[in-house]
Design a protein around this ligand. Structure first.
Ligand code: PLP
Length: 384
C-alpha cells in the first residue's frame, strides 16, 4: 500500500499526459508560451480568479506577493507555526520577521483570537510593523477566512491564503480567494494537484498585484502597465524595472497540469468519499478524526487522526504494512533557527500539544476500499 499513489493516477490518464508532453517536445517551447498561458487561464477559471500566475514552486508563490508589496526588514508577517516551513520561511527571505500564531484544536488552522492578540502585542511593543497575514489551508481544509479577513482588514494588513495543500477547498461554496488579496498553490508531486516536478501559482483579483508578480517572477521585466506608462522601443523582457527573480513554471509541467486539472474535481469527490468512510469507521477507535470547519469542503491533502499513543500506533501500522506520516513533528517556532522570532502572547499551547498526537493515514483518490479496510482494521487491531 502507498501513502500517496501517483502511479494509479498516471495509469488513468497516461495517454493524455504523454500526448501533452509530446506536444511540448514537438514544439520545443519549453519556457512560458501557450502551454503556460492556457494552463493559467484554466486554473483561474477553476478558482474563480481574475489572474493566475504560474511560478516555479509554492514557496515562490508566497514570496512573490511579499516582494510585490515591498515587505522588508522591520515588518511582521503573521503565520501559523503548525504548517510546512515554507509558510514562515518567506518572511526572513525578504528580511521581515515571522510572528507565530496558534491554531485551533479541531481544524488545526489559524486561531483568529491568537492572531488578534499577536497583532495587538506587536503594535504595543512597537518594534515591528504588522504588514501581512498568511493563513494556511492545512491538510486541505479552508481556514476561517471570514474571521481572519475581518481582523486583517481591521488592522490594514494584506492577507494571503497559503493553499499549497488546500487548492480546491471551499468555504460555504466560495473560494478562499474571495476573502484574501492573494491565494497560492503548490504543484509539488504529492500535492492533490501535483505536476511531475516543482511548480506553483499565485491567484489574485488585484490587477496591480498581478502585474507586479508577473514582472518579479521574470527578473523584474517591464509589465504591461510599465510599458503603457512610458514609451519604450525595447523588448519588455530586457527592460528591468525592479529587482526580480527567475520563477517560471516549465511548459512541460503546465501541459501536464492542464490534463490533471480536467480530472481534479472528480478526484476531490473521490477523496471526500474516502475521508467520510475512514471517519465513520475510525471515530470510536482514536482520540479524534478530522473535523472540517462548518460549511467547509476539504480536498483531503492529508487525512490526519489524533491518538494519545501515536508513536506506538504508527509502529503497529508499519508492522501491518500501513504507511503513515507525521505532519508536523517539530512546529516551526520550535526549530532552532526560527526560535528567535516572536510568538503570540501566551505562546502556542495547541500547536505544542497536537504535534505529539497527530498521525496522517494513506490518502489519495485511488485508494481502493480493500486498502481502506486494511488501514481501518489495523487501527482497530491496535486498540484491542
Ligand atoms: C503549507 C505549505 N506552504 C508552502 C509549501 C511550499 O510549496 P513548494 O514545496 O511547492 O515550494 C508547502 C509544500 O510543500 C506547504 O505544504
Amino acid at each position: 500500500m502507498n501513502f500517496i499513489d501517483l502511479q494509479a493516477q498516471r495509469q488513468r490518464i497516461a495517454p493524455e499526459i504523454d500526448a501533452a508532453i509530446a506536444r511540448v517536445l514537438s514544439t520545443c517551447g519549453f519556457i512560458m508560451g501557450p502551454e503556460v498561458s492556457n494552463f493559467e487561464k484554466a486554473l483561474a477559471a477553476f478558482a474563480g480568479a481574475k489572474h493566475a500566475l504560474a511560478c516555479a514552486n509554492g514557496t515562490d508563490a508566497l514570496l512573490l506577493p511579499l516582494r510585490a508589496w515591498g515587505v522588508a526588514p522591520g515588518d511582521a508577517v503573521f503565520v501559523p507555526s503548525f504548517t510546512f516551513v515554507a509558510t514562515a520561511e518567506v518572511a526572513p527571505l525578504v528580511g521581515a520577521s515571522p510572528v507565530f500564531v496558534d491554531v485551533l484544536p479541531d481544524t488545526y488552522n489559524m486561531d483568529p483570537a491568537s492572531l488578534e492578540a499577536a497583532i495587538q502585542e506587536v503594535k504595543r511593543q512597537g518594534k515591528l510593523t504588522p504588514k501581512v497575514v498568511i493563513a494556511v489551508d492545512l491538510f486541505g481544509q479552508p481556514a476561517d477566512y471570514p474571521a481572519i479577513s475581518f481582523i486583517a482588514k481591521k488592522h490594514g494588513l494584506k492577507l494571503i491564503a497559503d493553499q499549497a495543500q488546500g487548492f480546491g477547498c471551499t468555504l460555504n461554496g466560495r473560494q478562499p480567494l474571495e476573502w484574501v488579496d492573494a491565494a497560492t498553490a503548490s504543484f509539488f508531486p504529492a500535492k492533490p494537484l501535483g505536476c511531475y516536478g516543482d511548480g506553483g501559482a499565485v491567484l489574485t483579483n488585484d490587477d496591480q498585484l498581478a502585474g507586479l508578480v508577473d514582472s518579479i517572477r521574470i527578473h523584474g521585466k517591464a509589465s504591461a502597465e510599465d510599458m503603457a506608462a512610458k514609451k519604450y522601443d525595447n523588448d519588455p523582457r530586457y527592460l528591468n524595472m525592479r529587482i526580480g527573480v527567475n520563477s517560471r513554471l516549465d511548459a512541460i509541467q503546465a501541459a501536464i497540469l492542464s490534463e490533471k486539472l480536467k480530472i481534479y474535481l472528480d478526484e476531490l469527490q473521490k477523496r471526500d468519499a474516502i475521508a467520510a468512510r475512514y471517519s465513520k469507521a475510525l471515530a470510536p477507535h482514536v482520540r479524534s478524526v478530522p473535523k472540517v470547519i462548518e460549511g467547509g469542503f476539504s480536498n483531503w491533502a492529508q487525512y490526519t487522526i489524533e491518538h494519545d499513543n501515536r508513536d506506538a500506533l504508527a509502529a503497529h501500522l508499519k508492522s501491518k504494512g500501513v504507511p503513515t506520516a507525521i505532519y508536523y513533528p517539530i512546529p516551526i517556532h520550535m526549530q532552532e533557527v526560527y526560535s528567535v522570532y516572536p510568538t503570540a502572547p501566551g505562546g502556542l499551547p495547541v500547536t505544542e500539544a497536537i504535534r505529539s498526537r497527530v498521525l496522517s493515514l494513506p490518502m489519495h483518490p485511488y485508494l481502493a476500499e480493500a486498502e481502506q479496510d486494511r488501514v481501518i482494521e489495523a487501527i482497530r487491531g491496535f486498540n484491542v
